[in-house]
Design a protein around this ligand. Structure first.
Ligand SMILES: [Fe+2]
Length: 380
């Protein structure tokens, strides 16, 4: 556990190595948090959920940091408004790194002496997974900042994007009663429980994700102009925000380009589509005469196709499973309070860190959000 903790803390900092000081601070829109804030908030999590609670000798590192770096935990006191995260030129980036290393070594020392306390170990495990979630958020947010900078700076060669394997076609699943949700003792979030049974009708699910080329056909066939393909609020959204393409696509001199962490590049028609909202995923499925899978269909079929390149929008609303019990205390705020007006995404993306994927993992976003690396797999 200590090793995994140290590794996770170090990996967050490794992700920041390509950045310059100015990159750590900006917040171009409300849902994007500054890198500096992610570095401090993940530290605050270990400090308030473990050190201040269990280590009688621990002194809070800075009396104002809980106000600055609490995200949304009402039970952990007042906090800076989310829209103000980018207003903090102080503490400086260096000071935030000092805060990180102070808390990392305090927790390491505490764990060496208290390696038998199950309650502490469970919280450390949650803290590690929390930080891994923020590692992906950090990359999503850096991509948003750089992708909305007219200079389109490159973060660096993050991971080589690969096209889908040549296994086109459909997987057929027979109707029946299936087991859904997390089982066993390995880590999961509370929202993946309780395991339960669902009845599924016969269905087919595609072996491949939708490619950029397939989505370009939708654009060229005026998919964004046909109100019959869109939900009412989706139509209002594309009109209001003037949405006509995926988040990082740009048409320049009659050529389509896509911004990635490696910079602005010619759109690769064979790569899986990314950065689309649920609204767009649903309209595309309508245009194809098909639909998105439910999260249950996805979970039952997932061992028969390759996944892991894109978070896959499902048709399922993010709601509690039967007999769901949210975690006690402040950690009950981690997942449960977001179970309204959101759609579930399954799988993971190329931005997701290692050891942070599971077939039962339930990611969730509002249907208009698309700065996560989301894509489409169709069902029938
Ligand atoms: Fe968080």
């Amino acid at each position: 556990m200590i090793e995994e903790f140290i590794e996770t803390r170090a990996y967050t900092e490794k992700l920041c190595e390509p950045l310059k000081t100015e990159d750590f601070v900006i917040q171009p829109v409300e849902f994007v948090s500054p890198t500096k804030w992610h570095l401090a908030h993940t530290t605050w999590f270990f400090e308030v959920f473990i050190l201040t609670k269990f280590d009688p000798d621990y002194q809070l590192y800075h009396k104002d940091f809980p106000f600055l770096f609490n995200s949304y935990y009402e039970t952990k006191g007042d906090r800076l408004m989310r829209t103000h995260r980018g207003n903090l030129s102080r503490p400086t980036v260096d000071e935030v790194y000092q805060y990180r290393s102070f808390v990392t070594s305090a927790l390491e020392k505490f764990l060496q002496k208290n390696s038998d306390q199950n309650e502490v170990l469970n919280l450390v495990e949650i803290g590690i997974h929390h930080e891994k979630q923020h590692q992906e958020l950090l990359l999503m947010d850096i991509k948003y900042c750089f992708g909305h900078n007219p200079l389109f700076p490159a973060y660096g060669d993050f991971k080589h994007e690969k096209k889908e394997a040549d296994t086109s076609g459909w997987i057929s699943i027979d109707e029946g009663i299936y087991e859904i949700g997390h089982q066993g003792n390995a880590f999961c979030y509370d929202n993946e429980t309780q395991a339960h049974q669902v009845f599924l009708q016969n269905f087919k699910i595609s072996k491949q994700l939708i490619t950029n080329g397939e989505y370009l056909e939708f654009i060229e066939n005026d998919g964004y102009k046909d109100p019959l393909l869109w939900h009412a609020e989706a139509w209002d959204w594309i009109q209001g925000e003037q949405i006509t393409k995926p988040l990082y696509w740009h048409k320049m001199n009659e050529e389509w380009k896509e911004f990635s962490l490696s910079g602005l590049q010619k759109l690769d028609l064979e790569l899986p589509l990314s950065h689309i909202s649920y609204y767009e995923a649903s309209a595309f499925a309508q245009w194809k005469g098909l639909r998105l899978p439910t999260e249950f269909e996805w979970e039952i079929a997932q061992d028969r196709f390759e996944w892991g390149k894109r978070w896959e929008w499902t048709e399922s609303a993010y709601t509690p499973y039967p007999n769901y019990k949210k975690a006690a205390g402040a950690l009950g705020e981690y997942n449960a309070k977001f179970m309204v007006n959101q759609k579930v995404l399954r799988g993971c993306s190329t931005l997701t860190p290692a050891k942070h994927t599971r077939k039962t993992y339930r990611n969730f976003f509002h249907p208009d959000m698309r700065w996560q690396q989301s894509g489409i797999r169709l069902a029938n």
